[in-house]
Ligand binder design. Sequence first.
Ligand code: LFR
Length: 493
Amino acid sequence: PSATGFAAADLGATSGRVVLGRVGPDTLDLTEVHRFANTPVRLPGALHWDVLALYQGVLDGLRRAARAALPAGRGELRSIGIDSWAVDYGLLDANGALLGNPHHYRDQRTEDAAAAVHAVVPAPELYRVTGLQHLPFNTVFQLAAAQGTAQLPAARTLLLIPDLLTHWLTGSVGAEITNASTTGLFDARRGTWSTELFARLGWDPELLPPLRSPGDHAGTLLPHVATYTGLPPSTSVTTVASHDTASAVAAVPATEPGFAYVSCGTWSLVGLELDAPVLSEASRRANFTNERGIDGTIRYLRNIMGMWLLEECRRVWDSQGVPSDLPALLAEASRARPFAALIDPEAPEFLPPGDMPRRIAEHCARTGQRPPGSPGETVRCILESLALAHRRTVREAARLADRDVTHIHLVGGGSRNELLCQFTADATGLPVIAGPTEATALGNVLVQARAHGLVGDRDQMRHLVAATQRVRRYVPQGNLTAWDAADRRVASG
Ligand code: LFR
């Protein structure tokens, strides 16, 4: 039996891609048809996403997907789905025009915004309703920072990034629920917008579009989109788990219970899949989030800074003429002395773009450690510190949710990093199943395929991933007590 085609547009913090997924009873394969850079732009006021360039990248990708999927006009491309990072949004005015370029979540304009929000809704109450981890860039804080701008009062509709692109493709307006759950404006228990909270903060709940769920039909292509891409106007855009992390978790190739996951790309998202939110005060203090997954599941996790630390170092080294070739750096790192210097990858000073090697050195100096002396030593420091953060977070999640964790699925681009995978197995004492790297695009494609009747439930989706995608198993080696000691060092700062 032949496979059916689905196009997944997946926007990441540094690049976007459009992949063509083919799905059949025993088939699941992806072909990347287009990849484009995502280059944030700093204007005098703030750091922005170049959202029109991203949209154009998606259009060009869809055009290529059409050519790849429609040989001899056989109409094999069933649908399109869009996902991206969370939290960020565009505002539309009464005529549907975009009011300014969306801000980048790494922009620092939200610095004082949390205090303003907490003055109206105290942090413990905010958590009891939204169950969201505190990150300075949560949508609620971005809106507070936008208070006093000309755009906010002119705004009639708030659209998260994937919903904005879906709107431009189809004309439809909606808010996809996995991404809506990252805003700080969503009721974790009820699974609806918290319009009460929104109104208390002084904003008009009419700004919030109706919610839609992964699998819902979002619309069909606007005529000019069909003309440009060469796709039939009847091609449907399917709502996927539009938060990239939710798509990645949907494609974790777990075939047994007891798993924790690490979705490792720019961020490491570390946690568990639960049936119900954990909204306890202990959970808030540990800063765990209860974001929505597919099928009403809860993604109980915490954000760890992730490969951002490494990628931002490489960007800076590159600009300084320091060799930044990844395989060479990793080889050096593997030969460097273990546990020479460790950082806390959750420290807020690592969030904004800038001179990462210097920030790491300063963090080490401040905590009484000798800073890494070479790029290889810096990379060793990053990877060991990330592995320790993975360990801490898996253990805390298990404790707070009262679950046993027997193995870890590490998916996303970071699963290619053998040193990080091995360190994570060593530090946790648990087997790590690494891969697939393209979990997000796979989750995007699978939710579309399921909506079109090609796969069954969540379990069957995961079995299909496990049966078709390459994974690698890392068993813990070496000395757990050395990792215990290293962990105590970080904890005592
Ligand atoms: C990962 C991610 C995280 C979110 C961060 C910012 O790509 O979506 O889940 O916290 O980006 O939106």
